[in-house]
Design a protein around this ligand. Structure first.
Ligand SMILES: Cc1cc2nc3c(=O)[nH]c(=O)nc-3n(C[C@H](O)[C@H](O)[C@H](O)COP(=O)(O)OP(=O)(O)OC[C@H]3O[C@@H](n4cnc5c(N)ncnc54)[C@H](O)[C@@H]3O)c2cc1C
Length: 462
């Protein structure tokens, strides 16, 4: 426990907060501080489990006045564990998880502590959806404020392209609205700048009429992955925007619904999501089905929230995670060869590499319209080393690093901040590219003392 914190201070915070305050002496401390990535073990001095915006204000003021390092936590899925901090204060937002939907206006209002799945479920009841990620247990707070790549990217853009406004608790404890007409600079900055500018307690999200999709994976043998990737790189960029499909190296999960003879086999895959009319899916996917050696076609009609939670059981909390990422404009033949080589080397069955398309609707937003500078990139790549066994940390990390080093020369420079480890300030700067200076100036206005620095940090211009 930080020496600065005495019992009287903590009691004062407890009195102010409608939620609860958890510290090392509490029986639920370990459960409460545990992060999704079991490789990261952090011991905060205090965790303020906020129930409403007043709690967030009290926690921000407390953290600032006590001189504590302050972390903002939503789903706790951040790779390097930036939703927590040793010896500091965690502002835990999971209590702010209500979602209301205005189907007429096609707008959802979601608490800053929502998981992606909570938003999918609430909007899905109205036959509507907003772009999120591919796993429903990821925090919408972190995912959406950092960018938000998912099954709807080509059709509807990134999550940040669908944020209509936000309620934000600033470093000085004030509560402001950021949207097109109020605090426009803050509205610009939070759409990609993550938790650098304040605690987002509410998001207004644009909804799209998407309810049922035709979706699922197709697998091909590893030996033909170079051919499949060469076909895929042309195909997806020319496909209708109703078709999303991310390319992957993966091992077939060892359980239903996958056929036993494929269990644990390393394959290359494309995970499809067709948002057009169900009848159109056959045509859209015909060319993919015709690629030689197709091992399995798992595409089928399903409600969109079912797709977004289909992979949850493969990736529960508590695995070890190490990942690296890049933005990619094109995939030349030399890069294809490297992919084929490193895909084969996946050291454990949960390791995976994804190439997420970020073209289509995401390309219709200009490179300076949001902090997401790489609007010319066609894919976001991620090499994710994953395994439940802490004994495999070295194997999964060195595979991820080696794969990334081999492919980085073919990338655009910079990476999606939500799929990076703690890789240093220059990597963050490269990821925001031409928008970085503007971000540092907005940071200086809203958080001049860098209270919110436990993140992929954008320091205030000085
Ligand atoms: C299994 C898995 C699947 C993933 N899939 C995808 C995917 O499909 N698409 C994609 O784009 N990303 C994906 N990611 C990456 C994900 O976007 C990041 O890990 C993100 O940081 C997770 O957000 P979180 O709220 O769960 O994280 P947390 O660890 O809770 O928070 C991370 C950071 O986000 C910020 N933050 C969170 N909430 C708020 C808030 N309300 N206000 C201000 N700042 C906030 C803080 O800076 C905090 O440090 C995935 C991650 C995992 C582990």
């Amino acid at each position: 426990m930080s020496e600065m914190l005495d019992v009287a201070n903590i009691d004062a915070l407890k009195e102010k907060i409608h939620g609860s305050v958890v510290g090392p002496a509490d029986s639920d401390y370990d459960e409460t501080r545990t992060l999704y990535n079991a490789m990261i073990d952090k011991s905060p001095a205090l965790i303020a489990r906020c129930a409403d915006v007043d709690d967030v204000v009290a926690a921000v003021n407390f953290g600032r006045e006590q001189g504590l390092d302050v972390a903002i936590r939503c789903g706790g899925h951040n790779g390097p564990g930036l939703g927590s901090v040793d010896d500091g204060l965690v502002i835990d937002l999971r209590g702010l998880n209500s979602v209301s939907v205005d189907p007429g206006a096609r707008v959802a209002t979601a608490g800053g502590g929502c998981l992606v799945g909570e938003i999918d479920t609430a909007t899905g009841e109205h036959g509507l959806a907003t772009p999120g990620g591919i796993i429903s247990t990821t925090g919408a707070g972190g995912l959406m404020l950092g960018g938000g790549i998912g099954h709807l990217t080509r059709k509807c853009g990134l999550s940040i392209d669908n944020i209509l406004g936000a309620e934000v608790v600033l470093a000085d404890g004030s509560v402001v609205t950021a949207d097109e007409s109020q605090n426009e600079d803050l509205y610009w900055a939070i759409r990609g700048g993550g938790g650098n500018f304040g605690v987002v307690t509410q998001l207004k999200l644009r909804l799209h009429p998407i309810s049922n999709v035709v979706a699922g994976p197709m697998f091909w043998p590893l030996e033909s992955s170079a051919d499949i990737l060469r076909w895929y790189r042309e195909f997806i960029l020319n496909a209708p925007e109703d078709l999303n499909g991310f390319f992957a190296y993966l091992s077939v999960p060892p359980g239903p619904p996958f056929p036993e003879e494929l269990h644990l086999q390393k394959v290359c895959a494309v995970v499809w999501c067709w948002t057009g009319d169900e009848e159109g899916a056959a045509d859209a996917l015909a060319e993919a089905r015709a690629q030689p050696g197709l091992l399995l076609d798992g595409t089928q009609p399903m409600p969109f929230p079912a797709l977004n939670s289909a992979f949850d059981p493969i990736y529960p909390a508590g695995d070890q995670w190490y990942w690296r990422a890049d933005f990619v404009e094109s995939i030349p033949d030399e890069a294809v060869e490297q992919h084929a080589e490193w895909g084969e080397k996946m050291p454990t069955w949960k390791c995976t590499m994804h190439l997420y398309p970020i073209d289509g609707a995401a390309h219709r937003v200009g490179p300076t319209e949001t902090p997401w500078a790489f609007r010319n990139a066609n894919w976001g790549s991620v090499m994710a080393g994953v395994d439940p066994d802490p004994g495999n940390v070295e194997a999964i990390s060195s595979w991820s690093k080696g794969y990334h080093e081999a492919l980085h020369p073919y990338s655009s420079g910079g990476a999606y901040v939500n799929m990076m480890m703690e890789e240093g300030e220059s990597r963050v700067e490269a990821s925001y590219g031409e928008n970085y200076q503007r971000l540092t100036k907005i940071k200086a206005k809203y958080d001049p003392s860098n209270l919110f620095h436990v993140n992929q940090n954008i320091p205030p211009a000085g």
